[in-house]
Design a protein around this ligand. Structure first.
Ligand SMILES: CC(C)[C@H](C(=O)O)[C@@H](O)C(=O)O
Ligand code: SF4
Length: 464
């Protein structure tokens, strides 16, 4: 029978059948300071050890400052959390990339960068954006703290198989349109809960033509459509990216690995529970106007009115979102001013994102009254950007150039917006209060964020 990629990875990892659930083997476990402390405590209380510490890697990302390498820069609570991670990793023999380490960065940026993520793997992390790693044709998903403990103790997880969704993005992407616009357009089409209960396979010509970094941007936001996971079948682009990375296989194991990875695709005739089609040529630069990532539209449009939504729940949610965002229906998106710009997060802080933003930053200076920060996703990205002199472009244009971390993606550190601030952000969530209580977030691509920074309002990058 024809199998989907999901079927193949799933079947290769089932250790045991537990009624309707399966016990699946976990190949890679990533951890950070926020969701690991309780899991370690649970383990310690029961006198257990981490079963396969060499399969687990840790980084510090959420609770750190992007202005200082001092571990106490964000106050005593964050310091305690970070110190607890360091102590736990030491005690359990887990490799940690702490603040200041050459391999430190946002968990979903460093995993792929180090070659820790390979096609066909099962990858988990106590973090909802773990699907990022699906870009490699891995089954990657976020887990809760009690599951983190389970993986620590057993290197397995009890799971039930999700439904499968195929999202085809066909045709060629127009000039000026990015991976961020594709994924926002997808979520706009299916809704922020449209993929609840599903794993998504992204396919089609436009997806195939994406680089690995762009594929990561797509997979990263799978959870924002409600999906459990999202992935893309591996191909030569994938193999090329992985080759030579620090933890990737080499020599004879590389050849063996490639032979296996080439089998990792959905067979012709594989069945999906749902199929969604998008035409790449119809996608325009996207901007969210509301408080979930599905409340999004093209830059040439106006803010919608609640009456535009036939579904009563969508209408209600639009009324609430417009009130929080302080937006009037009919306003042109390009007439909305911002006073903050954040370029960073596990969605858009890789080198290609920074290059795209720098191209626009070169065209002007950060507008009066706008604070704009650029936060590379990892120490490696930061170094590469500095080698390419991108940091100088940003600094000359009036952007702040920061240290790697989650930063303003969420208010867990010292990069927090004030009530009433309006931010063009390359992150993945525009929830109420996400970047600070009362602050308003608009999700956009790196190029669109840079364009908003230099013009002071949303601007179609294609016009610059
Ligand atoms: C802190 C962490 C648990 C959280 C997540 O799970 O996603 C964070 O990374 C986020 O993006 O909101
Ligand atoms: S960058 Fe944002 S979305 Fe990504 S892991 Fe950090 S807080 Fe979560």
């Amino acid at each position: 029978m024809a199998k989907s990629l999901y079927d193949k990875i799933w079947q290769a990892h089932v250790v045991d059948q537990l009624g309707d659930d399966s016990l699946i083997y976990i190949d890679r476990h990533l951890i950070h300071e926020v969701t690991s402390p309780q899991a370690f405590s649970g383990l310690n209380e029961k006198g257990r050890k981490v079963r396969r510490p060499e399969k687990t890697f840790a980084t510090m990302d959420h609770s750190i400052s992007t202005r200082s390498l001092a571990i106490d820069a964000c106050g005593p609570e964050n310091q305690l959390q970070l110190q607890t991670l360091a102590n736990n990793c030491k005690e359990h023999g887990i490799e940690l990339f702490p603040v200041g380490h050459q391999k430190q960065g946002i968990v979903h940026v460093i995993g792929p960068e180090l070659g820790l993520i390979l096609p066909g793997m099962t990858v988990v992390c106590g973090d909802s954006h773990t699907a990022t790693h699906g870009a490699f044709g891995a089954l990657a998903f976020g887990i809760g703290t009690s599951q983190v403990e389970h993986v620590f103790a057993t290197q397995t997880l009890k799971q039930s198989k999700a439904k499968s969704m195929l999202i085809n993005v066909d045709g060629k992407l127009p000039v000026g349109i990015t991976a961020k616009d594709i994924i926002l357009a997808i979520i706009g089409k299916i809704g922020h809960a449209g993929a609840t209960g599903y794993v998504i396979e992204y396919a089609g010509e436009a997806i195939r033509n994406l680089s690995m970094e762009e594929r990561m941007t797509i997979c990263n936001m799978s959870i924002e459509a409600g999906a459990k996971a999202g992935f893309i079948a591996p191909d030569d682009t994938t193999f090329e990216y992985i080759k030579g990375r620090e933890y990737a296989p080499s020599g004879e194991s590389w050849e063996k690995a490639i032979a296996y990875w080439k089998t990792l695709h959905s067979d012709d005739g594989a069945q999906f529970d749902m199929v969604v089609e998008l035409a790449a040529q119809d996608i325009t630069p996207q901007i969210t106007w509301g408080t979930n990532p599905g409340q999004v539209t093209g830059v040439t449009n106006t803010v919608p009115a609640p009456e535009d939504f036939s579904d009563p729940i969508d209408r209600e949610s639009a009324i609430k979102a417009l009130a929080y965002m302080d937006l009037k229906p009919g306003t042109k998106l390009t007439d909305i001013s911002v006073n903050n710009v954040f370029i960073g997060s596990c969605t858009n802080s890789r080198i290609e994102d920074l290059r795209a933003a720098a191209v626009i930053a070169k065209k002007g200076k950060v507008a009066k009254g706008v604070t704009a920060i650029v936060v590379p996703g990892s120490v490696t990205v930061k170094k590469q950007a500095e080698d390419e002199n991108l940091h100088q472009i940003f600094i000359d244009a009036g952007f702040e150039w920061r240290l790697p971390g989650c930063s303003m993606c969420l208010g867990m550190n010292d990069d927090i917006l004030k009530a009433g601030d309006r931010c063009a952000s390359t992150s993945n969530r525009n929830f109420e209060g996400r970047q600070g209580r009362g602050a308003r977030t608009h999700l956009v691509s790196p190029a669109m964020a840079a364009a908003a920074a230099i013009t002071g309002h949303f601007t179609d990058v294609r016009d610059l």
